[in-house]
Design a protein around this ligand. Structure first.
Ligand code: HEM
Length: 527
């Protein structure tokens, strides 16, 4: 005799069935959240909400967000669900301006979080929440003043030389012949190279020297350990992808599964690296005008009696900033550089025009690259980078959390407190209403005459408002420097059919190509 029926097997079946029904109702309990509040919402499915394809790595995050964007054409905002959690996508540029800039006081925090003992994942500027974020941001921002960036630029020139050497030994020389460009394209040997890897080596070394004052030797050493760490953080494994995606979008589960924003091994390595660099610097007493010096000064300044009562950055926070500068610093710029090379290879006219600008300016400067040249004399390079960032913003979306219930003056609807708000950055960048023929790589959109016609709040590859990318200027400087070296001396041509159409990786929350970015690279001799 069983509990409910004559048979144990039937009882078990009833229990399993009841549990499944309860689980189902639990999973869908929040659905209709947006409808009930008067917002349009995209119909979700149980368990995954609107993110099934994303969590199963069947579609890249950027496309899932774009589907939501497209579903709600003509709506200022649309509700959706990540698992069972209600999210709001804001689509209207005016509303976006309110979230990012005008009403920032109510939208200071991001959604992201990391495992509770992971101080690198939790205390870095990207993840920190108010009031700690505001305090650390104020302390860290002066690292990027023009004076400091100029000094960092001198350090970067050392890496520029390494890049030159690396390319010379990797790529064969062919004679330059501008009059007969066609012959250059179709004669002589060229080398197939993964340009993403070259760019990542370059930016890894740049961040090493500008942030830590260390030579990471990613360009000169095939087995560079730090480059391996960089690869591990952005590895394309499914486990790492779910960990990363959850840390960015579903912080409620990071403690359950022990998920860390940067992964366990990389976080440990970055922490050790910081301690080693800090010790070496303190022992040597050398001053290098880099991030490390800045953090050491900050630490010393905090010991000062006069600032005793002030809120302080603790050691965990210092290490976390050094780590996020490494991770944020190398991947973002190298991805931008490599997507630019990819588009330049597909658009030889643009590549030629850019090379002409670079050759002209370099010739006037005896072949030397200077900080002022980077800032003021290369308008076409700037346009090429802006257009690259339009089509390939590394972070395809921005997000903020509402602190209190929020009623925007533009709509009658109230966004409840504690709700994540998403700005679909790439969808706006690729919306034909704002950027006609968006699939076309056309740097002239950003010429002086044309860029004033871009609708405000539809283009923001570095984010916007007080939480805009803190490393924007450094990112642009290293991207420009790398592209100058590459384009002025080398020619980039497409070589693989797989790359005719760009496909984004299903296992990356950031924008990343599924295939390696392999291009034909050929040296242009100055002889
Ligand atoms: C091409 C290069 C880069 C791109 C496209 C980029 C893009 C972004 C974006 C879109 C955000 C979010 C902004 C927002 O939510 O409004 C961000 C934040 C951030 N970026 Fe960058 N970034 C780049 C380079 C760098 C570099 C070189 C560093 C450091 C050395 C860096 C460090 C950070 C940090 C720490 C944050 C968080 C800022 C905060 O919340 O206060 N980024 N970046």
């Amino acid at each position: 005799m069983a509990f409910f029926t004559q048979l144990w097997s039937l009882d078990i079946l009833i229990c399993v069935f009841s549990l499944a029904i309860c689980a189902y109702f639990y999973a869908v309990r929040n659905f209709n959240y947006w409808k009930r509040r008067g917002f349009k919402e995209i119909p979700p499915t149980a368990v995954f909400g609107n993110f099934m394809e994303c969590f199963l790595a069947k579609k890249p995050l950027v496309h899932v967000l774009n589907d939501i964007y497209e579903y709600a054409k003509d709506e200022p905002s649309v509700g959706f669900y990540v698992l069972d959690k209600p999210y709001l996508m804001v689509r209207d540029p005016e509303l976006i301006k309110h979230v990012l800039i005008k009403d920032f006081a109510n939208f200071t925090d991001r959604v992201a979080d990391s495992y509770k003992t992971d101080y690198i994942g939790r205390f870095n500027l990207f993840v920190l929440r108010n009031p700690d974020w505001k305090f650390v941001r104020q302390k860290i921002s002066p690292v990027f003043t023009s004076g400091r960036l100029k000094k960092m630029f001198d350090l970067m020139l050392e890496i520029d030389k390494d890049l030159d050497q690396y390319l010379k030994t990797t790529v064969e020389e062919v004679p330059r012949n501008y009059e007969n460009y066609f012959i250059i394209l179709h004669s002589g040997k060229s080398v197939e190279l993964d340009v993403k890897e070259i760019c990542a080596k370059f930016t890894t070394d740049v961040i090493g020297i500008t942030a830590y004052g260390m030579r990471f030797d990613a360009l000169s050493d095939e087995n560079s350990y730090i480059r391996k760490v960089g690869r591990t953080v952005f590895t394309k494994s499914y486990r790492r992808y779910v960990e990363y995606l959850s840390a960015l979008l579903v912080p409620s589960i990071v403690n359950v599964f022990g998920f860390r924003l940067l992964g366990k091994a990389s976080s440990r390595f970055l922490s050790d690296l910081f301690h080693r660099a800090m010790k070496e610097r303190l022992d040597s007493g050398v001053k290098r005008a880099d991030l490390l010096d800045f953090l050491i000064d900050l630490k010393k300044e905090q010991k000062n009696e006069l600032v005793k009562s002030e809120r302080k950055i603790h050691d965990g926070q210092l290490i976390a900033q050094a780590a996020i500068f490494f991770i944020g610093g190398f991947e973002t710029s190298s991805t931008t550089m490599s997507f630019a090379l990819y588009e330049l290879a597909k658009n030889p006219d643009v590549q030629r025009k850019l090379r002409e600008e670079l050759s002209g300016v370099l010739e006037k400067n005896d072949g030397k690259v200077t900080y002022d040249m980077l800032m003021n004399s290369l308008p076409y390079l700037e346009m090429v980078i802006s257009e690259t960032l339009r089509m390939y913003p590394i972070l395809p979306y921005l997000d903020r959390m509402t602190e209190k219930d929020y009623q925007c003056s533009l709509t009658k609807l109230v966004i409840p407190a504690g709700v994540p708000v998403v700005v679909p950055m790439r969808s706006l960048h690729m919306d034909p209403n704002y950027f006609p023929r968006p699939q076309r790589f056309d740097p002239s959109r950003f010429s002086r005459e044309n860029k004033i016609n871009i609708k405000p709040n539809t283009y923001f590859p570095f984010g916007d408002g007080p939480r805009i990318c803190v490393g924007m200027r450094l990112g642009l400087i290293q991207t420009k420097l790398g592209l100058i070296r590459l384009i002025s001396n080398y020619e980039f041509l497409p070589c693989r059919e797989a790359l005719n159409v760009m496909e984004f990786d299903n296992k990356s929350p950031l924008l990343s190509s599924t295939a390696d970015l392999v291009l034909n690279v050929r040296r242009i001799s100055t002889r």
